[in-house]
Ligand binder design. Structure first.
Ligand code: ADP
Length: 472
């Protein structure tokens, strides 16, 4: 078993502190420990990031870009090791973990390029003896708080643009998955990214969060996690009027129209639902299938779902891993029990297995009054309901406090465009179950969050716009 340290100002920190176990959810075995840090270490990290900011922000965009590319290339050399670490602490199958490392690294290379394109502007003045210049500057020290479901990508999608813009960061990874984060930070140091630019603090989430919220040197908070904690942080950030980006819960509808290609729709729903055992905020959570094709769709979906192999993600044949903890298993079971009690029929799965595994599940005869149609399940459950018309399904799909991702399956291009425009969601996949990619903006409407990550929009979140008016 390995003992890891926090990384503050380029040094290993945490000796003598109590330790937190990092547990493999597939086996229940402790794979590593990290220090149980708190307010003191959170403060030290801000000191380091604040000092490092003075130099990092003054480098040329080309210099920052070169550092980011060196980090990217080192991560590329360590894909296997990082993927194994991720599978051990998070549970996702190795192929998915490799995919995540490559996806995560895509944010670093994309923003290494984009660092060079943070252009300013000149605006014609109304008075001929004045000049108006728009200059872009980094926001400053950025606090990064991330969840366990994407231990690498949730970090690089924030840290990539932050560093490109000239910000420095203090990171608190999820308590379940700190090792991937620490290894990424170690590689950044190895790549020559100066000490203090990336700091990682582990331990007491609320003490660390509170310290960062109160510190006026922290100018920006970027968070991915539950809506509940997001609201708490938003309130806390108000005190010092920090800039905030929030990626919160989702409750994605997948709409399968009668004019879809059923095979394509089944593949899309499987991809959008069962990735990471259903534990992503863009997972299809409610499946609306046109009543005329529901039997054909359900039958093919069940065949496909029965072909998924559940187990320890380190086994290359495994395609679906465990859930993160017992609370997650209980929530999934409660959603399934509620649905069955109210009249849903199980076509596959429906039971937990030894440990933290839950069988890939398909439910039909689902109605909107069931809990699984109202709350994010965050597990491998596919509730199928039927609809008659496009208008009806759009209204039901939009009837949610969330607005992150939605999916539509149709071979009719006009309908696909029309429906995607009417869906109140930040991301719409039309015949695409996996729309996330570094160059496109990811983010939600309504209570799914604020701001965007990815693409040039993602960089704006770390930039202050300065207007300079010059009288000649
Ligand atoms: P999840 O339900 O996915 O675990 P959370 O919102 O609880 O989502 O956690 C996401 C991240 O937020 C984690 O890194 C967690 O430690 C952190 N977190 C939880 N509570 C707080 C808090 N009060 N202040 C700051 N960070 C917190």
């Amino acid at each position: 078993m390995n003992t890891f340290s926090m990384i503050i100002d380029g040094k290993n920190v945490g000796e003598g502190l109590p330790l937190i176990d990092v547990i493999n959810p597939a086996t229940g075995i402790t794979v590593a420990t990290v220090p149980d840090g708190g307010a003191k270490e959170a403060g030290m990290a801000v000191d380091a990031a604040y000092t490092a900011f003075q130099k990092w922000s003054k480098l040329s965009a080309y210099e920052r870009s070169t550092f980011l590319m060196k980090w990217h290339d080192l991560i590329d050399l360590h894909v296997e090791e990082l993927a194994k670490t991720m599978t051990e602490e998070q549970g996702k199958p190795l192929a998915e973990a490799r995919g995540e490392i490559n996806y995560a690294n895509g944010f670093i290379s994309w923003y290494a390029e984009e660092a060079k394109r943070i252009y300013g502007e000149t605006i014609p003045a109304s008075n001929s003896s004045k000049r108006i210049f728009i200059h872009k500057q980094p926001v400053g020290v950025t606090a990064v708080i991330t969840p366990w479901n994407f231990p690498a990508a949730m970090i690089t999608r924030k840290v990539g643009p932050a560093l490109a813009a000239g910000c420095t960061v203090v990171i608190k990874p999820a308590e379940q998955t700190p090792i991937t984060a620490i290894k990424l930070a170690q590689l950044a140091l190895e790549a020559g990214i100066p000490e203090g630019v990336i700091n990682v603090v582990t331990g007491d989430a609320s003490a660390i969060g509170e310290t960062w919220l109160q510190d006026t040197r922290v100018r920006k908070l970027t968070f991915t996690g539950s809506t509940e904690v997001g609201k708490l942080l938003m309130r806390g950030a108000a005190e010092t009027v920090k800039k905030i980006s929030l990626e919160l819960g989702g409750h994605a509808p997948a709409i399968v129209m009668d004019d879809c290609d059923i095979d394509k729709a089944v593949e899309g729903v499987v991809a959008a639902k069962f990735r990471n055992a259903g534990q992503t905020c863009v997972c299809a959570n409610r499946i609306y299938v046109h009543e005329s094709i529901v039997d054909a769709f359900s039958e093919r979906l069940v065949d496909r779902v029965k072909g998924l192999k559940m187990g320890n993600g380190l086994d290359e044949k495994v395609t679906i891993g465990p859930l993160i903890d017992e609370k997650a298993v209980n929530k999934v079971q409660a959603h399934v029990d509620d649905a069955v009690k109210k009249g849903a029929k199980l076509l596959a799965g429906g039971k937990p297995q030894t440990g933290l595994f839950y069988e890939p599940t398909v439910l039909v005869n689902v109605i909107d009054e069931m809990v699984c149609m109202q709350e994010e399940t965050f597990g491998p459950v596919t509730p199928i309901t039927t609809f008659k018309t496009e208008e009806e399904v759009l209204e039901r799909a939009n009837d949610s406090i969330y607005g992150l991702a939605a999916y539509v399956f149709t071979e009719n291009l006009s309908r696909g465009i029309r429906m995607s425009e009417k869906l109140e969601y930040g991301i719409v996949g039309v015949n695409d179950g996996l729309p996330s990619t570094p160059q496109a903006p990811f983010g939600g409407f309504k209570q799914s969050g604020l701001g965007r990550e990815g693409g040039h929009y993602g960089l704006d979140e770390y930039i202050e716009v300065k207007y300079i008016s010059v009288g000649l």
